[in-house]
Design a protein around this ligand. Structure first.
Ligand SMILES: Cc1ncc(COP(=O)(O)O)c(C=O)c1O
Length: 835
């Protein structure tokens, strides 16, 4: 064997000779590495070669087995890899580039590295004992021994999944033109190979069964063209994964052999790994197929979550890979009869697992993989995926509700949920499956303009929010009794939006819980036992808060410890400071008549459940003054109107220029991720702390904080509060225009991006039933015009327009146009007659 030329892999072209000036052989030409004999390297010449080229003295030299290359172990520390003469030099360059790229971007991945020659070259050309010119490299040895053939526990499977994902991610930024090579092992080509004449006949009884699913395998391979792809190791299998040999739980120590690297979909790379683990050749099997698959996927998804589309094809790719393994092994054993035992050593295990998956059927395999990956819970409108298992291996369940028929879903809902206690909107309930910005999409694909949902304050599924929450969920989500920067930052940012004495923030899971906590503090702080609320107030759903929600009281119900004041309606008297103060003072007196003492005055300053009223700042100031004069505290419930809805102010109380003792937050705060807050002064919070601690498990979790911080970011970055006033005014102007032309619309009210439109009924009837019927007819007609709104007010006769705050004037125009068209379709004559 002679050293001839040095190949500079870094530059991808032959370079100057390294340590010899002997004339070189012909340049290496790539060909079929499996058809060309492996290089022959005499052991006694290896040491001097290595010393000449790499400048390393080695004592022990041991030949390693390889079908197509010559690999020699040196001192147990290095492997001299002499590649098959037919090997494409650019492929070797790609392997080297992959190892050094991965070392740079993910230094802790246990991969071998290339030892440069003294010339600096990473690859050199040598002549083997048979006179063939071959490329040679020296790479470091990673410790451990191959995992193939040894028992695979679920813990090891999890590590294997993680390794596959991390390797895939480490290579994602690498480009190499050799990645486009065509390999039989490429899972995307499975169906080509399996579809060749007579190929499947050689698989015995499995052949016709694979033939039946071949079109499906081809469709899955086709579908990978639209999936995330890149250069992949493509052979992260138990044969190439090294594990610790010392006793103790199995631990991966290395990943070797970049010889099958190519550009492919990442899910194909995963399919290879998953196949290898479930097909493992150990005689002792400590875990079942689906436990192993689940563990690989858990490990993988910790680093690289799969998309539903990737999970859709994974099962077919695995089936294809198993069949491909058998076919390639049959073909090679026919060509190399002398080496049959070695080539076919895994056929029994491969056939066993292929048979198992075919028995189950590709549909069921796919369902199980969806369940294991969690992608069965993510159903895109317009796709109908088969129902997933409740658990892998379990019976089918109808957990894919979004694929169900609406009628069926409604029946199932009625059977299992609260019935009359939890009614749905609309007489024909809507089945909404997706949201995007100001739009909601129904299962039948209809797009609706959302004029109702203030929870989606920054629009549905805002990527900033979904990204923040999902990233946090992947890292940590626990209760708030540990230090966590998210919740501290959130409290700081919220307090920065408040007025001076408000210095304490306590997190809750809902608006109800925030109001309830305030109620407890108010009673502890003032010694009072009673509350004052508006006549048609809503403050929450617990027993205490239901008592403080006059709008919800059944006929004849009025808890003793609660008194009400009339909301600021011009129709019911003044809306000035004096009037407000008198109303609260009168309520205080009524409580005193029963021996009760007012502790708290609560008001939603948008008076949403009252029918969306425009309370003048004076009226609000009157409420605060009189609460304080009575020794009670004042709570501004910002659950409806907070977070910039009354922009440019962030809070309704701030727009009114008052300073409450409590501010409660909810709904929009986490854009749908449950979180609420109570803001108060420290001395008030401490009055409760004298006797109690406050803790609510899900309040202020890291994910909730991430959601809320993202909401604040979006509101700030997109300057939303600055816009809401303009868009809200535009909306009301449009609606007032309509009201001027159509007597069925009355007063149009609201501050910021919220509007209430009084539904007046027919000119000749002002009865409540008629107005209610008209309001409902209008709401239904709006739905038919693909607009979703709501009703509010004491009689449910006020059209409630409370959209995500990302509305621009376009959406306001669309809404007003839909109201006009809806009114036209209702027609006066269709109105219920006066009863
Ligand atoms: C003004 C007001 N306060 C409190 C609540 C209760 O909030 P949650 O449903 O988050 O408990 C609501 C809910 O609609 C509300 O409108």
């Amino acid at each position: 064997m002679d050293l001839s030329r040095c190949y500079d892999g870094a530059r991808g072209r032959p370079a100057r000779p390294a340590t010899s000036d002997r004339p070189g052989s012909e340049p290496v030409v790539s060909g079929d590495v499996l058809a060309t004999p492996a290089p022959v390297m005499r052991t006694d010449r290896v040491a001097s070669l290595v010393e000449n080229i790499w400048g390393l003295r080695v004592d022990t030299v041991r030949q390693l087995s390889s079908e197509r290359d010559a690999n020699v172990l040196l001192d147990g520390r290095y492997v001299l890899k002499v590649s098959n003469p037919a090997e494409d030099p650019s492929v070797i360059d790609m392997e080297n580039a992959a190892m050094s790229h991965a070392a740079r971007v993910a230094a802790d991945l246990p991969l071998p590295s290339v030892v440069p020659a003294t010339s600096g070259a990473s690859v050199v050309s040598v002549i083997d004992d048979a006179g063939a010119a071959c490329l040679a490299r020296l790479i470091t040895v990673v410790p451990g021994s191959p995992a193939e053939g040894r028992p695979v526990t679920t813990e090891l499977a999890r590590q294997v999944g993680a390794l596959a994902a991390r390797t895939s991610l480490a290579l994602q930024g690498l480009f190499h033109r050799a990645g486009g090579r065509v390999l039989d092992w490429d899972v995307r080509r499975t169906h080509h190979l399996l579809g060749e004449p007579d190929v499947l006949d050689r698989l015995g009884a499995l052949g016709p069964r694979v033939a039946r699913v071949l079109p499906r395998l081809a469709a899955a391979a086709d579908a990978t063209a639209a999936l995330p792809a890149g250069l992949n190791h493509a052979d992260v299998t138990l044969s190439n994964i090294l594990t610790r040999t010392t006793p103790g739980p199995p631990t991966i120590t290395g990943l070797i052999d970049f010889g099958d690297m190519h550009h492919t979909a990442h899910v194909c790379d995963l399919a290879v790994t998953l196949t290898s683990v479930v097909r493992n050749t150990a005689r002792q099997q400590p875990a079942g197929t689906w436990d192993l698959a689940g563990a690989v996927l858990t490990g993988y998804q910790r680093h690289r979550p799969l998309t539903p589309q990737e999970a859709d094809v994974l099962g077919d790719l695995i089936i294809g890979r198993l069949a491909l393994t058998l076919v390639i092994s049959q073909r090679r054993s026919a060509a190399h009869e002398d080496n049959q035992a070695y080539i076919c050593q895994y056929d029994t295990s491969t056939s066993r697992i292929l048979g198992e998956l075919l028995d189950l059927g590709p549909d069921q395999v796919t369902r199980r993989l969806h369940t294991l990956t969690g992608t069965s819970r993510v159903i895109l409108p317009g796709t109908r995926r088969p129902a997933a298992d409740n658990r892998a291996g379990g019976a089918d369940s109808a957990s894919c509700a979004d694929g169900a028929e609406p009628g069926d879903l409604l029946r199932r809902r009625r059977r299992v949920t609260g019935g009359a206690l939890s009614p749905l909107f609309y007489s024909r309930p809507l089945h909404i499956v997706r949201g995007e910005g100001p739009w909601l999409f129904a299962a039948d694909g209809t797009r609706y303009l959302d004029a109702y949902n203030n929870v989606a304050v920054v629009g549905h599924a805002h990527p900033t929010v979904t990204q923040a929450v999902s990233r946090q969920l992947r890292i940590l989500n626990t209760h708030s009794r540990y230090l966590h920067h998210g919740i501290v930052e959130l409290a700081e940012r919220l307090l920065a939006t408040m007025l001076e004495p408000l210095d304490t923030c306590l997190f809750t899971t809902s608006g109800t819980e925030a109001n309830e906590l305030a109620w407890r503090m108010a009673t502890a702080c003032t010694g009072g036992n009673a509350a004052i609320i508006a006549e048609h107030a809503y403050h929450g759903s617990t027993k205490w808060m239901a008592d403080l929600s006059s709008n919800e009281w059944p006929a004849g119900y009025h808890p003793d410890h609660v008194a009400t004041f009339a909301a600021p309606r011009r129709s019911t008297g003044g809306v000035d400071r004096q009037t407000a103060a008198e109303r609260v003072t009168a309520a205080v007196a009524r409580l005193a008549d029963h021996g009760d003492k007012a502790a708290l005055v609560l008001a939603d300053l948008g008076f949403t459940s009252e029918g969306i009223l425009d309370a003048p700042a004076d009226f609000i100031a009157g409420l605060v003054d009189s609460a304080h004069s009575a020794g009670a505290l004042f709570l501004a419930d910002e659950v409806q109107v907070g977070f910039g809805r009354v922009g440019p102010a962030f809070w309704r109380f701030a727009a009114a220029g008052v300073t409450p003792d409590f501010v409660t937050l909810g709904k929009p705060m986490g854009a749908g991720y449950p979180i609420g807050a109570l803001i108060t002064r420290r001395e008030i919070a401490e009055s409760l702390a004298r006797d109690y601690e406050y803790f609510s498990t899900f309040a202020g979790t890291p994910a909730a904080a991430a959601a809320s911080l993202a909401v604040l970011d979006v509101l700030e970055n997109e300057r939303i509060p600055e816009r809401t006033a303009t868009v809200g005014t535009h909306l009301r102007d449009k609606l007032r225009d309509l009201a001027r032309r159509d007597a069925r619309l009355g007063d149009v009210r609201g501050t910021g991006l919220i509007a209430g439109v009084e539904i007046s009924g027919q000119p000749h009837t002002q009865d409540h039933a008629g107005r209610r019927a008209l309001a409902r007819a209008l709401l239904d007609a709006l739905r038919d015009h693909h607009v979703l709104a709501g009703l509010t007010g004491p009689d449910g006769t006020v059209l409630k327009v409370r959209p995500p705050l990302i509305w621009h004037t376009d959406q306001a125009d669309l809404f007003a146009a839909a109201v006009a068209e809806s009114l036209a379709t209702i027609g006066w004559e269709q109105m219920p007659q006066k009863t």
